[in-house]
Every structure is written in structure tokens, then in C-alpha cells.
Design a protein around this ligand. Structure first.
Ligand code: NAD
Length: 442
């Protein structure tokens, strides 16, 4: 079966979720363009959107229509040049009508009968995914290919558990899928003929940068992020030997953002992902790395206290390690006191800032470098100063850089990543770092 034939029967499971809705949008756009292309006259493309929540599916349909209109407005000229049906003043209406014509929604897995490409983005639970794949195997086309968005479960566990005979691959979009360019392609040892090549082509069709990873729990992205987060939490707990824990969390968050020139501090990033999600990914990874300590009692205590981070349905950030007001960090959670300590102009904050010392000479913020063509030279000069700077902030940052590099190297030596370049590529494209963890700065 060619890819164009497979595109005529596509399905998304968990379509109403955070990841599923973005994946549905990307596929709806691609399939609509194919449907309208003169080469495909007489062919019928289908996109089945499946979720257990009927409400989520209703919301998804209006979201897709709204986004489709924007898509045509933004890409109008390019689309018109390739597809005559879109070279008219009412191109947006034509596109939305064609898109609605290929969408089907269902809350019943049986609605996937005949599907040949299935994108799965249901909850990160092995037993649930196995149950769904076991049923899907009977319902879908006998040669269907499955693309799981799992963040951490080895693909082999899905393949063997549901007897898919190599027809499943990890197609790990980053959040939000419609915006983030990276897809980590997790290739299991046993993979059906043609699936890997087809995945690369689908990635291209959807406008993604594909970085391959081997099938080891956590893969590259979470393989680095989990260990990096554990380092940040351990560093804060170590500092807390001399001061309060909330003050230490504030300090490590600053160091991991400003001194490391990253887009977010580590505690802000854990809040963004969700403390409970972070904890559950660690739990999934733990049995696969018996020689490593992938456990944090700090995250366990926070989750037990009901502090979970993540986002509200309007996309705004919920409180986690840090408190947010209008998108800005406004406080830090004090586990012992069970409340947030305001950042305001409190004494504890000035004392913590003073203890870190000033940023090394040549510092530029992430924001100021992100579009700077000379960012590489500026970063090299800055880190050159940082590693010899004796102030506590710089020393903490140096230890952080060393740990992040060691994690990157471990991912290569442990057979997760095929090269240091792939590790760096995931961190730079998926996490928006300006430099890869495997570098010459330390
Ligand atoms: N959120 C992220 O940042 C992120 C990033 C990359 C990968 N992932 C992975 O993507 C997957 C989905 O995560 P999410 O954050 O979008 O979760 P989510 O909770 O937002 O969405 C899950 C969706 O699955 C639906 N669902 C639950 N059980 C179902 C079933 N039996 N059949 C059909 N649909 C069902 C839910 O109704 C929901 O709409 C997980 O495997 C996760 O690890 C998440």
C-alpha cells in the first residue's frame, strides 16, 4: 500500500486531548490538501477522530474549523499555486467544507474499521494502551500502521503486549504538536517493512523535523529532561542544608534559567509539564534502569501535598513549585509551611540573590540571543567566563552544565541516541535550548 493510499483511511485516538487535538489538526490539514489536489480526483480521504469524551470531540470540531480558516489565510498564496480549487476568493470556505467532508467523529473504537494509519494519543498508561491496541488489531486494516505518542513507554512493550508484529512505531510529537517542529521517531528493534521510511515521509508531509531515537524508556527528550530535573531538585535539596528549601528552589530555578541561558528555569519547566506527569514518567522509566536512582522524594512530597502544576483549559499555567500571576513567577511553594512565599520585595529573596552573586561578564539572556546570528560566539565567550567564576551562582551553573553533558553522553553510550548531535538536536528543537548539552563549554 502506498502512503497516499494509506492517507485515505487515517484515525486519531484520544483526539480530544491536549496532544490528540493538535495531531488531528495537522492531519486534517494534510488530508484536506490531498483531497483537493487534482492528482487525487475521484479519491476519498477520511480522518476518523476517536475519543471516549463526546464533549471533547464537539470542541475539537469547532477548533479544527477555526484553525483551518487561519491556515488558509496564512498560507493562501502557496496553497493557491499548488491547488487550483484554492486559487479563488472563497478558498477558506472551500478548504473548511472539504475538511468537514473528510472528518468523522466517534466514541466507539469500532468506528476505526478499515483504518490504515492510526495515531494514538491516549493517556500514558501501559495497561490502557495495551487494551486499546489489542482491540485495534482486530478492528483496523490487517496491515495498519500504528503511531504512538507515548512519552516514555518502550514501543517493544506495546508491540509484544498486543502482538502487533512490528506494526507500531513511536511518533513522539512535542507539545503543542501543531506548533512544535520536533518529532522524535522511536524505532523499535522489530519494525515492519516500510514503516520507518513511511514515518519519515509523514514527518516531512506534516512539516516536522524528525530525529530518530532507539527504543529505550524515556527516549531522548524525557531521558534528558527527567535526569536534568532530578539534578535540579537534588541541587535545591543540597542547598537547603544551609537555608530554607523554598529559597533553594528559587535559587536553582534562577541558576538553571539565567546562568544557563535557558528559556525557563528547571522548576518552571517541571510546573509546565506537570509535577504528577513528571512523577509518573519517572515511575515508568525506573524499572528499565535498575542501576540508576530515578526517584525524587521531593516530587513525591509535592504531589502528595496536592501541588501539581500543568495548565488550565485556557492554556494558562497552574501553580506548582512556583506561583504564577499573569504568566509571571510571583512566589515559591514552601512545603513546610504549606503555602506560597511571595517573591515581592521579601528579605528572603534579596538574601538568596545576594548569595548567588552576580551573573558572569558577557551574560546575555536567552530572549536576547534567540534570534541573534552571533549567539554561538556570545555563548562560548560567556561560558568561558562562567566556568572560572568562583561565585556560588556560577559554580552551581557549572555543576549543572557538567551533569547535563554527562546525561547527554549517557544517552549515547546507553544506546538511546544514535549520536551526540541527535541529543543536541532534541534539546535545541524540542526544548528550545540555544546549545546542546554535549558541548565544549565544560
Ligand atoms: N502533554 C504533553 O506535553 C505530551 C507531550 C508528548 C507526548 N505526550 C503523550 O501523549 C499522550 C496523551 O497525552 P495528553 O497530554 O494529550 O493527555 P490528555 O489527557 O490531554 O488526552 C488524552 C485523551 O485520551 C482520551 N482517552 C482516554 N481514554 C481513552 C480511550 N480508552 N479511548 C480513546 N480515548 C481515550 C481522553 O478523553 C483525552 O481526550 C500520552 O501518551 C502522553 O505521554 C504528552
Amino acid at each position: 500500500m502506498t502512503l497516499n493510499e494509506r492517507y485515505q483511511n487515517v484515525a486519531v485516538i484520544g483526539a480530544g486531548g491536549k496532544m490528540g487535538s493538535g495531531i488531528s489538526l495537522l492531519l486534517a490539514q494534510e488530508l484536506t490538501l490531498r483531497q483537493l489536489h487534482p492528482d487525487n480526483t475521484g479519491k476519498k480521504f477520511r480522518l476518523i477522530l476517536m475519543d471516549v469524551s463526546a464533549d471533547a470531540l464537539e470542541g475539537l470540531k469547532s477548533y479544527l474549523a477555526k484553525q483551518a480558516e487561519r491556515f488558509v489565510q496564512k498560507k493562501g498564496e502557496k496553497l493557491a499555486a499548488a491547488i487550483p480549487a484554492l486559487a479563488t476568493p472563497d478558498a477558506a470556505a472551500t478548504f473548511v467544507a472539504a475538511m468537514n467532508g473528510l472528518l468523522e467523529t466517534t466514541t466507539d473504537l469500532k468506528g476505526l474499521a478499515g483504518s490504515t494509519l492510526v495515531f494514538e494519543a491516549i493517556l500514558e498508561k501501559l495497561d490502557l494502551k495495551l487494551k486499546i491496541y489489542t482491540e485495534l488489531k482486530e478492528i483496523c486494516h490487517p496491515q495498519a500502521f500504528f503511531f504512538t505518542n507515548t512519552s516514555s513507554i518502550p514501543i517493544k512493550a506495546l508491540d509484544e503486549g498486543a502482538h502487533l508484529d512490528g506494526r507500531v512505531i513511536g511518533f513522539h510529537f512535542y507539545n503543542p504538536p501543531a506548533v512544535q517542529r520536533l518529532v522524535e521517531l522511536i524505532i523499535p528493534e522489530k519494525v515492519a517493512a516500510g514503516l520507518e521510511e513511511m514515518s519519515v515521509q509523514i514527518g516531512r508531509d506534516l512539516g516536522k523535523i524528525i530525529i530518530p531515537a532507539n527504543d529505550v524508556a524515556g527516549f531522548i527528550g524525557n531521558g534528558h529532561f527527567m535526569r536534568d530535573g532530578l539534578h535540579g531538585m537534588a541541587a535545591a535539596q543540597q542547598l537547603a542544608g544551609q537555608r530554607s528549601l523554598f529559597q533553594s528552589i528559587y535559587m536553582i530555578n534562577r541558576v538553571s534559567q539565567e546562568w544557563l541561558v535557558r528559556p525557563m528555569g528547571i522548576f518552571q519547566l517541571i510546573d509546565y509539564v506537570g509535577l504528577d506527569i513528571f512523577q509518573s514518567i519517572l515511575k515508568i522509566m525506573e524499572p528499565y534502569f535498575p542501576d540508576e536512582n530515578l526517584h525524587s522524594e521531593l516530587i513525591d512530597r509535592m504531589v502528595a501535598a496536592g501541588v501539581k502544576g500543568g495548565q488550565f483549559s485556557d492554556g494558562s499555567q497552574k501553580n506548582g513549585f512556583l506561583k504564577y500571576e499573569e504568566g509571571r513567577i510571583a512566589g515559591v511553594y514552601d512545603l513546610d509551611g504549606g503555602k506560597y512565599r511571595s517573591l515581592g520585595s521579601e528579605d528572603w529573596r534579596s538574601e538568596a540573590d545576594h548569595a548567588l552573586g552576580s551573573l558572569p561578564a558577557g551574560y546575555h539572556s536567552w530572549k536576547s540571543l534567540v534570534k541573534d546570528p552571533e549567539a554561538g560566539e556570545k555563548l562560548a565567550a560567556y561560558f568561558g567566563k562562567l566556568v572560572t567564576n568562583q561565585q556560588p551562582g556560577a559554580q552551581l551553573a557549572k555543576a549543572y552544565l557538567e551533569r547535563s553533558k554527562a546525561i547527554g553522553e549517557l544517552l549515547v553510550s546507553g544506546g538511546v541516541a544514535r549520536s551526540a548531535g541527535d541529543v543536541n538536536g532534541v534539546l535545541m528543537n524540542g526544548f528550545f535550548h540555544l546549545y546542546g548539552p554535549v558541548n565544549n563549554y565544560v
